[in-house]
Each structure stands twice: as C-alpha cells, then as structure tokens.
Design a protein. Sequence first.
Length: 593
Amino acid sequence: MRSHYCGGINETHIDQDVTLCGWVHRRRDHGGVIFLDLRDRDGIAQVVFDPDTEASFALAERVRSEFVLQVKGRVRRRPAGTENNNMPTGQVEVLGKELVILNAAATPPFPLDEYVDVGEDVRLRYRFVDLRRPEMLNRLRFRSRVTNYIRNFLDSQGFLDIETPILTRATPEGARDYLVPSRTHPGSFFALPQSPQLFKQLLMVSGVDRYYQVAKCFRDEDLRADRQPEFTQVDVECSFIDENTLTGIMEQMIRELFHDLLEVELPVFPRMTYAEAMHRYGSDKPDLRIPLELVDVEDLVADCGFKVFAGPASDSKGRVAALLLPNGGELTRKQIDDYTKFVGIYGAKGLAYIKVNDIEKGAEGLQSPIVKFLGDEVAMAIMNRLGAKNGDLVFFGADSIKVVNESLGALRIKLGHDLKLLEKEWAPLWVVDFPMFEDDDKGGLTAIHHPFTAPSCTPEELEQAPEKALSRAYDMVLNGTELGGGSIRIHDEKMQETVFRILGIGEEEARAKFGFLLDALKFGCPPHGGLAFGLDRLIMLMTGAQSIRDVIAFPKTQTATCLMTQAPGEVDEKALRELHIRLRKPATEQAQS
Ligand code: ASP
C-alpha cells in the first residue's frame, strides 16, 4: 500500500513519486492550500494539497485528526524559509495528488499533536491511542532492539532459547501465586510461574547446557510503586560453570548492550559483599552514584547517657549509624522536618541531627538538641570519625538494624537526588555473598534468594549454623536498581533436603511439592547456575522512563487491573460450574444475609 514510511522521506527523494500511509497528525488550512502532517511509526511528513487537484483537495478538507489516509504525491523541496530543521523530513514536503481515506476516526480522547498532561488512567484506558505518541512507540522500538540484541548475544554464546510451561505448579520466589482452576481435575489448580526456575534447572539435568528464555513471570504481590503482576525476565541457566564465568558472560552482555545501543561505556563492575553493602549503604542494591555513606558509631555511644542511642548500640539486633551530609548545614528547618517525616515511612521514630557550625570550638560549635545528652566528648568523637567540617550536617539512625538500614539507606538516596549529588551517570556493581536465610517473622527462616540456591558451605555446616551461612548468589545492580539476580544452584540431593529442612519444609511436603526436582537430582544433575534479568526494569533504566508502565505495551495498574480490557472480569455461572467453583459472597454481604 505504500512506497515509503512517512518519517523516511528526505532530500534524496526529491522529484520522486511516493505513496505514504498514516494518521493525520495535524491539518492546517492556509488560504486555499491544505497542509496535512501525516504520521506513521517512523515520523511525520508534510503533505500539501492545492485546489488544482480538485477531488483530493475536497477530501483533504474533510479529514480530521487521526483519520487514516493513503496519499500519493511527488516529493519536493520546501519553499525557502519554510524548512523545519527539527524534523528529519523538514527539508521536503509531498505535493499530494491522490488521497484515499482508509478510515475515519472519532475525536481522540486526548490530542496527539501537542503535548498535554494526560492522566494515566485515560492513557491506559485508550492505550492504543497512547502508544501512537512517538515517545511511547520509540520505547517499544527500543525494547525490541534490546531483546533482539540479547537474543543474538546469547545465541552467539551457545545458549538455546527454550520455552517452559505457563500452566504449571508453584515455583517459590517469595510471592503469592496466580492460580488457574483445572476443569478436568476438579478442585485442582495450576499456578502461573513466578519464574521458570525449576524448569531451567531440569533442562540442565537434561544436558541442554546453556538455556535462555525471554520469559513472562507472574507474581501476585501487593504492588509497590513500580511492580507489575506480570513482567518479563531474560532468564538464563548454564551447566558446568562457576559464578565468575557466569557473571563474566552476563557482565559482557550488559556492557556490550550499553555500548552498542546507548554508546555508554560502563566501567568494569566492582564486586561488593552483601555485608559491606548493608554496612556502608544500608541497602543490598546500593546506588554508587551518590557519595554518601553510613558510618557505624555504636562503639562510641554504647555507654553514653542517651538511651535512644545507647539502647540499640548495646543490642545485637540494633544499629546506630551516622550519615554525614557535606554542606548540609544549609538545609532549612522545614527541609529537615520533611526528611524526618520521610524516614518515618521506614519505621524510624525520629531523625536526630547535628549541625557543625564551628568545629574548632569543639562541642560548643555543634548545634543540636542531642549534644547535651551525648556529652561533649562522645559528640566530638563522632565528628572526628566522620571527618566533619564546618557547614556539614550529620544525621543519625538508631533503631533495629532493619529500620536503620532502610531509613538511612533511603534518606541517602533522597538526599542524593534532592541535592543533586550524583557523581556519575552509571554506577554498576555485583553484590555477592548474600546470606542464605533471613528471619521470616514467624520465628523461622526463609530463603533470601530461593530454596535452590547453593550455600558456600557443606550440608553439615549449614545445618549447624544456618543463620550464618552465605550463599553463592549474586545480584547485578545498576544505579540502585537490581537489574538481575541469580545463583549457583544446589545439585546434590542431600544438600537440597537439608535446605528444605532448615526452611521447615518437611519430607512429605518436599516430596509433594518438589518431588520431581529431588528425583532429577538423583539422575545425574550437573553443577549449574544461572540468573534472570528484569527486562522491564532494564529498559526503564536505559530509556530513562519514569515508570515501568511506560516501557510495557499493555501494563496493569497498581491494583493489578487492566483499564482497557477491564480485566480481571467476572465470569458467568456456567463457566464457574465447569470449573467446579462456587463463589463465596463477600464478607459484608454474608454478614447481612
Ligand atoms: N529465578 C530467579 C528469580 O526469578 C532468578 C535466578 O535465580 O536465576 O529471581
């Protein structure tokens, strides 16, 4: 139907006849001449109709925004002075000869020919219109280039693209499963995969050696700001490999991707242990663009009379840390109050601070309500440890380790952005040596990565002190975002059983849930490991998009609904009956009846 994309015509086409197809981006009537900006995936071309071509001119008068047209005409140079240097097609225009209205369009829900701030709900409801906007289309195009690039890279490294089932059994990654009722097995349910984890491990047992998949994953979580109930992973697994070789291949892939698609040279990724990351940044995904660090001061305050500090300092589950903000003395009272509220979100009960007015004067030169409680000596010892200078501000966190890490870790990021302290554009790293387990709020342990991650110790050592054990897991972090994570896996049945036992998964339950995996471990399972990247997040970082929804063609809202299709939707009684499902009335209705 067309000879060229609208966005593709330029001076090399002058005097050629072209046929373009696209949407009317804008229509202008200029004293007897009609200008149509015709838009397609690749850009916009200006088409001019003059009254000499009578029939087409009459049609051109009738078209409105977003009508779908086919236009035949001849490319010519725009008259001097009317060029548009901001457009790739801005030196030329098409003198329209024939026009076919392929389809009319109702008035769009929001204009596309000018930037207007449109509510996200409207954009999501009319996503098919929203995606016409160049920035949206360009992100989809970029995403396609990234997946293509990754596929080619992995293919060149001998990885096989293999699909794994969507209708399956639960694969634990720490979230709730989406369930699908079985019609043929009354009362039984499939789970949608939280990841292809177990299948990719089984493929290693089968001898596939190197696997990858651009895989949809499903997690029914209470959605935090930037999560989606279904999302895409670049999922990878290899046999006969250790963490250095595997992370090396993955790092090479990401560096080449950034180089080739963004012309960005990422540095060699440093490695940091989980313990160091938590200690210095309060986070297992530290944003290393920000030069602020948490500094422990427990030893200095443990014996001071200030209970707020001394309490957590003497508690093995507590932490007292300081965060020095160079020149932070300029912050206003209101700003400090706002930061106090901000750390409250993370459970901090307050935000103590000291302003350094004149360090030469000793404690006299420190301005803060807490200096008198700490005592001059302790206050100065803290300042010395931090290397505080006049004009600096020191924030404190004193609470459980968790609250201090989360609140000061988040404050560090917020200060970094608010005060524009970012020192570089890209700061990647690997975080390694994660603990195997953490406390689960019910007095037991839960796997930090997943239960198939290999520990760095023997089953006996693991059993003896599980809370101390480290795992062979690794996360790739970029600018404070976890891009991907993975681990070397357990390939030994005894070790897998030990981990299940520590997690409180009894033999019977382990058999029922993961019998197939335990069987596979018996039948010659090679040492193996892998990793998965969050593709949506990667694209978001690479395109600078503000929301994960902006890099997904048809995303869900934060309450896990699709505003366009109105999913999830009710189903009729017959369908429910076939699935052997009877709905319970919502609790309020039940109470009334
Ligand atoms: N399955 C893991 C996840 O989804 C990734 C991996 O261990 O390869 O986080």
